[in-house]
Design a protein around this ligand. Structure first.
Ligand SMILES: [Fe+2]
Length: 269
């Protein structure tokens, strides 16, 4: 259902063969149509619901699980020439570096099939190996303040990225052994936010379309369950961005009054 909805919307905004739209549309048309598609998908009343229903089929407990208030459609055309804010990848990172809760799980789903050239990559050997990174200089609350200022002053996302660069690996890890993800519509990949991963350059010929959702289990949060913190030094947390699956109530309402340390044993804000 989720894939069908995504495929229908993609065909509506990008043409009858959406995975090859970059070969038909000029740069301006492509970026504009992609932006329109992403807004429609993210705000479609059924998209997040379909994904949530798929999660429940995997055994996720809706009464104990929260999902993030952010539901993107990733569109990654081949090569570098069409890379803009809404089509850019993300370099090697752990989501923990961005101040998410330690027990967060990520769920990826494709809209169209993509193969190992699509650029979604995991580096599982780094599950227990620290990676030098820039997270020590990054605060989620500071980033949000700067984002609000940038929005108010009309600055671009690129300006903001320059002011407050997201945490990144300090090494390119040339000897890492990547696992390049291959997915078919109907597949879901679940992995811990502590896994090292990346959205690399798409070296194939077809556009990669995927969506994702992030979850926290309330009991994991309360009991501080989750992987050890190897190398995250960022400040703050994103717990306030989550809502309960079963009633949409803010996750914070469920843990009000509890003196919890969401992420690393070192909540510095
Ligand atoms: Fe990520």
């Amino acid at each position: 259902m989720l894939c069908q909805l995504g495929q229908d919307l993609a065909a509506k905004y990008l043409g009858c063969d959406p995975v090859c739209a970059h070969t038909v549309l000029n740069r301006e048309e492509f970026l504009r149509c992609t932006s329109d598609l992403q807004k429609q998908f993210t705000n479609h009343p059924d998209a997040e619901r379909h994904f949530t229903e798929a999660l429940l089929q995997t055994g996720v407990d809706p009464t104990r699980t929260a999902i993030e208030n952010w539901f993107p459609l990733r569109v990654r055309p081949p090569g570098k020439t069409l890379i803009e804010r809404n089509t850019a990848g993300v370099g090697i990172h752990r989501d923990l570096w961005y101040a998410c809760p330690r027990g967060q799980n990520n769920w990826w789903a494709p809209i169209f099939p993509f193969d190992s050239s699509g650029g979604l990559t995991l580096y599982p050997e780094y599950w227990s190996k620290p990676v030098p990174n820039t997270s020590a200089g990054w605060s989620i609350s500071e980033f949000r303040k700067q984002r609000a200022n940038a929005t108010a002053t009309g600055a671009s996302f690129d300006d903001l990225t320059e002011i407050s660069p997201r945490p990144a690996a300090l090494e390119s890890l040339p000897h890492a052994m990547p696992i390049d993800i291959v997915m078919e519509p109907g597949d879901i990949l679940c992995f811990s936010a502590a896994h090292l991963h990346a959205s690399r350059i798409n070296t194939g010929e077809r556009i990669r379309f995927s969506t994702e959702i992030r979850t926290i289990n309330l009991d994991d949060l309360i009991s501080r369950a989750g992987p050890p913190n190897l190398d995250t030094k960022s400040s703050g947390n994103t717990v306030g961005d989550f809502k309960m699956v079963y009633d949409g109530a803010p996750l914070l309402d469920k843990i009000e009054g509890k003196n919890l340390d969401w992420r690393n044993g070192d909540d510095r804000e």
